[in-house]
Design a binder for this molecule. Structure first.
Ligand code: ADP
Ligand code: MG
Ligand code: MG
Ligand code: MG
Length: 415
């Protein structure tokens, strides 16, 4: 079927034409369709049988432009191919942590997937002060499984290079290159600021040479390190969860990049949530300590669990492969040292990328509601200055943190 942009009515026609949908819906007579997309890019339809609400799917379709801006900002609809391939890949290594795909069409640039009816996008829930006891455990598994299994430590030389080739995601990488690593750090029409931030606050980032050098290095690393298949947009708006389950959605930015970029995105978002809750918990009428402690505990646990799981997957693989390279007295210890050094590098990348993700949310185009929706603009600016200060120190000193606790200690010190 050639590409056609769907709307509420044609979604139903499309559903009827897909053989797999006969397994989901016992009848097509009473389908209810609502468009629920709240993201920046695509259209998302909830399709439910009115008579049997458990019969329900999500249809996500890419359109040939950027949704928040409109048709004046073209963006290839073929970006959906990356989302389809990335979801299929994740389904191989952590099927419980991604929505099940019922149907995917490269021509129509769409997927039909499991409707996560009992789960919510966690950004909004974290803003409300909700706890997710499994968040660190599940997110670290998602990252370790997907990332380790797409490195050259695991894949053979040919499979890896062919996969890298399939995931050349030119247009969505360009969005990240511009909006995460470039525009926020210079004068740009795409930037927008809280009016309560002063020019001095902005110059603190945009005119600091050490910071600019560091951000430029992170950008280059983003563009030139095809280490593993990244999610590419792993902020807390790409995770849906409840107390028992966690799902990672929306991997359309997937490409082969530096491992620390995904971990940094997630951790950077939790640090911003931590800063925002200095204010938000008071609004909710709570003493802020407990919830903020959970946020930083989650930062620490995510990194520590990721480190353990990635190391274990790799160690088990080394053992299984029985590599001649390490077959000598002392070889086992050297293999462990190799893993340790590599993970140490992932950690400094994680810190550096988290920093870029934080600063850009204050100075660039796309904000995080955690901070940007704070109505008291002076209070918001105070939290934004904290975020900028932390981001600056992190990116400049990214190689010198020796533990995740040093990073969370800095967050505590600054707020
Ligand atoms: P975009 O690429 O435009 O950001 P997302 O994949 O993030 O699109 O989806 C937008 C919104 O649609 C999500 O924030 C969530 O509310 C909803 N959504 C997406 N996928 C699902 C799903 N599988 N189940 C339930 N809701 C979903
Ligand atoms: Mg999204
Ligand atoms: Mg599943
Ligand atoms: Mg998206």
């Amino acid at each position: 079927m050639p590409y056609k942009q769907l709307d509420q009515d044609s979604v139903i026609e499309y559903i009827k034409s897909v053989p797999e949908m006969k397994q989901v819906f016992s009848s097509f007579d009473n389908l209810n369709v609502s468009e629920i997309g709240d993201g920046n890019l695509n259209f998302v339809y909830n399709v439910t049988n009115n008579e049997k609400p458990k019969e329900t799917v999500i249809v996500k379709q890419a359109v040939p432009f950027l949704r928040i801006v409109g048709e004046s900002w073209p963006l290839p609809k073929e970006r959906m191919n990356f989302e389809i391939m990335a979801l299929q890949h994740a389904a191989k290594y952590c099927p419980a942590l991604v929505p099940e795909i019922y149907h995917a069409s490269h021509e129509m640039c769409l997927i039909i997937m499991q409707n996560l009816t009992d789960h919510k996008v966690i950004r909004g829930e974290i803003i409300q002060g909700k706890y997710f006891p499994r968040l660190a455990e599940d997110t670290s598994t998602y990252m370790a499984e997907n990332l380790f299994h797409t490195t050259d430590w695991f894949l053979d030389h040919k499979t890896k290079k062919e996969l890298v080739g399939k995931f050349i995601n030119v247009d969505l990488c360009k969005i990240t290159e511009d909006f995460v690593f470039t525009n926020p750090y210079e004068k740009s029409d795409t930037n927008s600021f809280n009016p309560e931030l002063t020019q001095e606050n902005i110059d603190f980032i945009q005119k600091d040479s050490e910071l600019k050098l560091a951000v430029a290095e992170m950008k280059y690393k983003f563009m030139n390190n095809a280490e593993a298949l990244l999610h590419g947009d792993l902020h807390i708006g790409s995770i849906m969860a409840n107390e028992d389950e966690t799902y990672v959605i929306d991997p359309e930015f997937a490409f082969f990049g530096p491992i620390g970029f995904d971990i940094g995105a997630f951790i950077g978002n939790l640090i911003m949530a931590y800063f925002s809750h200095e204010h938000r918990q008071k609004l909710l009428g709570n003493e802020p300590y407990q919830y903020r402690k959970w946020l930083l505990d989650t930062v620490e646990a995510t990194w520590e669990l990721f480190e353990q799981k990635f190391d274990k997957l790799w160690a088990d693989h080394q053992e299984k492969e029985n590599l001649p390279y390490w077959q000598y007295e002392g070889g086992k210890e050297a293999a462990a040292e190799q893993r340790k050094r590599f993970i140490r590098k992932i950690f400094s990348d994680t810190v550096g990328f988290a920093a870029c993700k934080m600063m850009r949310r204050i100075l660039g185009l796309a904000k995080v509601a955690d901070i940007a929706d704070i109505e008291d603009l002076k209070e918001r600016a105070r939290i934004e200055r904290m975020t900028l200060k932390m981001g600056k120190q992190m990116v400049i000193n990214r190689d010198s943190y020796s533990s995740i606790q040093e990073l969370t200690a800095l967050a505590k010190e600054l707020s």
